[in-house]
Ligand binder design. Structure first.
Ligand code: ATP
Ligand code: MG
Length: 438
């Protein structure tokens, strides 16, 4: 088990010295038991929020007093300290109507979502685990605390959290939890899009995301019904060994866990069902599916309130996923100019994953992708010019030649195009000469 960081230990010691109980709780205990470094360490205590404030003085900030939370600055960063709490009745399948403080650690643990998240650990490494979270972790099981139907109905976000924990931690959903999740999946519609977005991103980046998505695709459809036509959609094409959904989640599983890339992998072919045609030989085609995928994905990402840059990157990757890999220096420079290095590398990763999720006989594409990437690496090593920033002249140079207003920008763009296409060297003299002569 991982050790509690020094800053958190000091915090626990100070609460105990003041006569209160204090425990690390939730995700950090689960992760410490798994030997994973926790994102953050949360503390639960018998001290009331104002008592915690008094213990830590100006080290403490009242960040969520209504819910009993005080944030304490420590040598290991800010730590949330929350008073033992009971949740009142739930309204709208979202949040408790009220919270009440309690003197009982066990009651606080009972309000938590999954057994693996309902453990507490103190300074002396005593573990409180009233729901068998440790045994579930050892068996690789994700199980609700208490009656799973009730727990998903209280707060429907737990449906997606459950899928997230199974995607990230590789936990299998215990049968009763899984069945209740399926029964209650439609309640996810009650949940604020921002909360769905946050859990979904973590889910998509999990090492076991494919299994979690495949296992509960109908829960995904509660907020993204657009995925349904992909499920069991037979592609009728020898390039493909999977239906559209399984192809998409297989592609996702072959990408590195970059959120935009994972999203693009999941949605790159979502336009396929509606663009399907069958030729006279009975072979399926999907002409023009990429722009349809872009349009659907754009709407789906907007609905979940993804930031604009995120949405634009995902939809650009989808728009480009089906284009050929450039095979020449000029071709690669052109794509670099349009996408930049970072995004071009994501595109190559998407194309690689897309191909890996096709029938094994068509994996020859991997070499084409590798050749494109080798050109990219060489061009970058040679400091090839593909952006205005790198151009050997700038706007002031052109103004010195007498250009004014929009002509400056237009000329810079034109010069860059010529450099990218290899028609002019990226050299100041040559570029300025070209401008004076034309
Ligand atoms: P992460 O590693 O992503 O931080 P986590 O388990 O710590 O995962 P948080 O969202 O940080 O998850 O929540 C901290 C703890 O609070 C959880 O471990 C769980 O005990 C409890 N919790 C959080 N959200 C809920 C919820 N919707 N219902 C019940 N308990 C919850
Ligand atoms: Mg956490």
């Amino acid at each position: 088990m991982l050790a509690i960081p020094e800053g958190v230990r000091v915090l626990l010691e100070r609460l105990e010295a003041a006569g209160y109980e204090a425990w690390c709780v939730g995700g950090c205990v689960r992760d410490a038991l798994l030997g994973r470094t926790p994102e953050d360490w949360d503390v639960t205590t018998s001290a009331l929020p104002e008592e915690t404030m008094a213990v830590f003085g100006d080290q403490a900030l009242p960040t969520g007093l209504k819910h009993g939370t005080v944030t304490v600055k420590t040598g290991d960063g800010p730590v949330e300290v929350t008073t033992y709490r009971l949740d009142g009745a739930y309204r709208d399948h979202r949040r408790p109507e009220s919270v009440a403080f309690t003197a009982s650690l066990e009651e606080d643990l009972a309000r938590r979502d999954f057994t693996v998240n309902a453990m507490a650990l103190d300074l002396r490494r005593e573990l409180r685990d009233p729901f068998g979270g440790r045994a579930d972790l050892a068996r690789g099981l994700l199980r609700c605390v208490g009656d799973p139907d009730r727990r998903f109905q209280e707060d429907a976000l737990r449906i997606l959290r459950g899928m997230r924990f199974s995607a990230v931690l590789g936990l299998e959903m215990e049968a009763g939890t899984s069945a209740a999740l399926a029964r209650n999946r439609e309640l996810l519609r009650k949940i604020a899009p921002e909360r769905i977005q946050a859990e979904l991103l973590k889910l998509l980046c999990g090492q076991h995301a494919k299994e979690a998505l495949d296992g509960h695709v109908l829960a995904v459809a509660a907020f993204w019904p657009e995925v349904l036509p992909m499920v069991r959609f037979d592609q009728r094409n020898i390039h493909h060994c999977y239906d559209v959904w399984n192809h998409s989640t297989a592609a996702l599983a072959s990408t590195p866990p970059v959120p935009e890339l994972r999203c693009a992998a999941l949605l790159h072919d979502i336009g396929k069902p509606s663009t399907f045609t069958l030729d006279e030989r009975g072979v399926g085609h999907f002409y023009g599916h990429a722009p349809v995928s872009v349009e659907l994905a754009d709407g789906m990402l907007r609905r979940l309130r993804f930031p604009n840059e995120f949405r634009e990157r995902v939809t650009r990757l989808i728009a480009w996923h089906d284009r050929d890999i450039p095979r020449t220096d000029k071709g690669v420079r052109r794509v670099l100019r349009l996408l930049g290095e970072e995004e071009l590398r994501l595109l190559l990763a998407l194309k690689r994953a897309d191909n890996l999720a096709q029938a094994p006989a068509y994996r020859g594409r991997q070499q084409e992708i590798a050749r494109g990437e080798a050109i990219l690496d060489r061009l970058l090593a040679e400091d090839a010019c593909f952006s205005l920033k790198q151009l050997a002249v700038n706007g002031n140079d052109l103004k010195a030649l007498g250009l004014r207003g929009p002509a400056v920008g237009r000329t810079l763009e034109a010069l860059l195009n010529k450099v990218v296409d290899g028609e002019l060297p990226n050299e100041r003299e040559a570029l300025l000469e070209f401008v004076t002569e034309s």
